[in-house]
Design a protein around this ligand. Sequence first.
Ligand code: HEC
Length: 153
Amino acid sequence: MMTVSFKSIASWSILWLMVIQFVPLQRINPPADSEIQLPDTIKSFLKQACYDCHSNETRWTSIAYVAPVSWLTVSTVASGRTALNFSTWNNTNNTKIKRSRSKIRSVILEGTAHQRIYYFMEPSAKLTESQSRELLQWLKATFEKQESTGFKN
Ligand code: HEC
């Protein structure tokens, strides 16, 4: 009868963890060439809470270098950038921008539920209640004013 000892599982796991560190990953930050134009405070809030996944200015923290966690990080950033990218905002077509506008509001209302693991790992990225309130007020005011221009500025 074959028995798999704890020791052999442990050593295979360690070997596996060592090997997967060599799987190449792309942690790249392409140029932020058509970044959204925003008032400084508003931009600082978005940089704090959203830019790691929704811009080309991702802060790749040390956790992004240790496989298999790094695989999750890299793929989350990739799908985050596809869904919404503030660094290429001005090149985004109006239909997509219109859709994002209302979704940004609901994501801010959702709070950390949007990316629970991330905000748990990066507590300083969380928006405070007053930051969220300010963002929501700003969004509302801007949307109403800029209905016609597609939120491009
Ligand atoms: C840890 C990465 C991460 C962070 C931080 C993050 N997001 Fe996301 N976001 C994603 C991913 C991945 C998706 C796409 C999948 C999904 O909808 O969950 C997404 C989707 C979205 C969408 C939907 C876009 C669309 O058109 O469907 C919006 C809007 C959005 N995020 C806004 C924000 C805002 C605003 C913040 C900051 C308050 C933020 N996100 C922070 C990863 C992140």
